[in-house]
Ligand binder design. Structure first.
Ligand SMILES: Cc1cc2nc3c(=O)[nH]c(=O)nc-3n(C[C@H](O)[C@H](O)[C@H](O)COP(=O)(O)OP(=O)(O)OC[C@H]3O[C@@H](n4cnc5c(N)ncnc54)[C@H](O)[C@@H]3O)c2cc1C
Length: 458
């Protein structure tokens, strides 16, 4: 029975990095991967979707070439085989990089197969029993499939199977109007598909402020995406070559016939087939592994990192989990999950960069706050680029002057948000940014100006 100092299950965003740190600290490590090295982000998440979005942006820009005085003779044609080949090539660089680096890592043994607990400190993979005093779970999550009548009888797509598409779906129906669904919606619309988004809630991306949802819905509709909110898919069936969804919307029924259906209604952790009960590891009712502020499970010597612990759903939160575990274990540095500030982006075009609380959340706290908003049409850089959709919004605490949150929906919003995020980590007052000299012409140069225009949040 091979005995290790540490076993890592899954090669997502935290596992491989932790393997490297543990090996550098002279630990004998086993790492287990059942499918694709690098996990969701590299293979079916961030990397392929942003690569597709880059192709879609070029198609969109080419169609707008005339606005910039550039003449393209003939129609803009998207070669989906080439788009997919480009995506596959980018993904392969990262996936192969993770695989190669682990397989050549001295002191680390790679097992390719499904890992499952059979006892507290014992994991079985491909019939071999591995033991270790320390076990790290980094098994990630997958698309959640809602129990809609007829869904299991139609060939629906998820974020994973979308990666196999090398043709243009004539009409892509997307179930779910949140982050994953909206990115695919815009990308495929720009490639030339007809796209319908069906969202159960009263607005898209319901976790965001209403003005953000409205603006995102606005520019998606302008691009020709059919956005149906307050709409519940109550059944779906195949009729010849079409997939026909029955949708209930404010009491009335309608049918939407598409050629392809993407289900993007959230994620569920890959913990149901992990033998957690054999190890006595606790989960919440949705299957997320329960962890403390340093990502320890209820069983001593077992940690859970990344999406499977329910404390984050992003590549950077999983990476941060690795940093927290490594710092506590190897550096005597008591880093905690609660030290981090909410930060993420929605990669539509323009993107939404988010940090800290939304306006909704600030209002719920009831604390006195100040707010400043600027429309992207008033940002010179955006005007020069003729990419003026969206707005930027910052909220600060009136009393201690610290930034509470920001939503930057606009050109480079995913990058510009970091000038706010770092000030938030520094716990510095907003006056630091207000007095900083930023570079002209950039989107960031307007952040100090926004601080001049703070007014009470009514
Ligand atoms: C379409 C889409 C787009 C996204 N875009 C972004 C983005 O732009 N930015 C961002 O920050 N996040 C994005 N995310 C989220 C991001 O991909 C995840 O948060 C990130 O991959 C975290 O992964 P992880 O470390 O938890 O594990 P994962 O990357 O999910 O990896 C887990 C690994 O464990 C393996 N595994 C599971 N069970 C077992 C087992 N029993 N035995 C052995 N191996 C096992 C899996 O095969 C997998 O390789 C996106 C997600 C999706 C779906």
């Amino acid at each position: 029975m091979p005995n290790y100092d540490a076993i890592i299950i899954g090669t997502g965003q935290s596992g491989p990095a932790l393997a490297r740190r543990l090996v550098a600290a002279d630990r004998k490590v086993a790492i287990i991967e059942r499918k694709l090295f690098g996990g969701t982000c590299v293979n079916t998440g961030c990397t392929p979707t942003k690569t597709l979005a880059a192709s879609a942006y070029v198609a969109h820009a080419a169609r707008r070439a005339g606005d910039y005085g550039v003449r393209i003779v003939g129609p803009v044609d998207v070669d989906m085989t080439a788009v997919k080949a480009r995506m596959d090539a980018v993904v392969a660089v990262y996936r192969d990089g993770v695989e190669r680096s682990l397989k050549t890592l001295q002191g680390c043994t790679v097992y390719e197969g499904h890992g499952r607990f059979v006892a507290e400190k014992k994991v079985v993979v491909n019939g071999s029993e591995l033991t270790a005093d320390q076990i790290f779970i980094n098994v990630g999550a997958r698309a959640a499939i809602p129990p809609i009548p007829g869904l299991d009888g139609v060939p629906y797509l998820t974020n994973s199977s979308m990666m196999d598409i090398d043709f243009l779906p004539s009409h892509l129906v997307i179930l779910g109007g949140s982050y994953v669904g909206l990115e695919f919606a815009q990308v495929y619309r720009r490639f030339g598909s007809e796209v319908t988004v069906i969202e159960f809630g009263p607005r898209l991306i319901p976790r965001e402020d209403e003005d953000v949802s409205r603006a995102v819905a606005g520019f998606l509709k302008e691009e020709g995406i059919d956005v149906r909110v307050d709409s519940k898919m109550i059944g779906v069936e195949r009729q010849q070559n079409a997939i026909v969804a029955t949708v209930e919307s404010v009491g009335s029924l309608s049918q939407i016939a598409g050629t392809h259906l993407l289900v993007a209604t959230g994620r569920r952790p890959n913990t149901d087939d992990l033998g957690l009960d054999k190890a006595g590891i606790g989960t919440d009712p949705r299957g997320y592994i329960q962890v403390d502020d340093q990502l320890r499970t209820n069983i001593s010597g077992i940690w859970a990192m990344g999406d499977c612990n329910g404390r984050g759903a992003f590549t950077h939160t999983s990476w941060n989990d690795f940093e927290i575990v490594a710092a506590n274990l190897l550096d005597s540095d008591r880093r905690r999950v609660s030290d981090r500030i909410t930060a993420y982006a929605l990669y539509t075009d323009p993107p939404l960069g988010r940090a800290g609380m939304t306006e909704m959340e600030v209002r719920k706290t009831g604390r006195p706050a100040l707010i400043s908003t600027i429309a992207m049409k008033d940002v010179m850089r955006a005007y020069e680029r003729d990419e003026t959709k969206g707005f930027m919004k910052i909220l600060v605490d009136r009393d201690n002057k610290q930034i509470l949150g920001a939503s930057f929906l606009g050109l480079e919003g995913d990058e510009v948000i970091h000038c706010v995020l770092d000030i938030m980590y520094a716990k510095a007052p907003y006056t630091v940014i207000q007095r900083a000299m930023h570079i002209h012409p950039t989107v960031s140069e307007f952040i100090p100006t926004m601080m001049d225009k703070l007014k009470p949040l009514q």
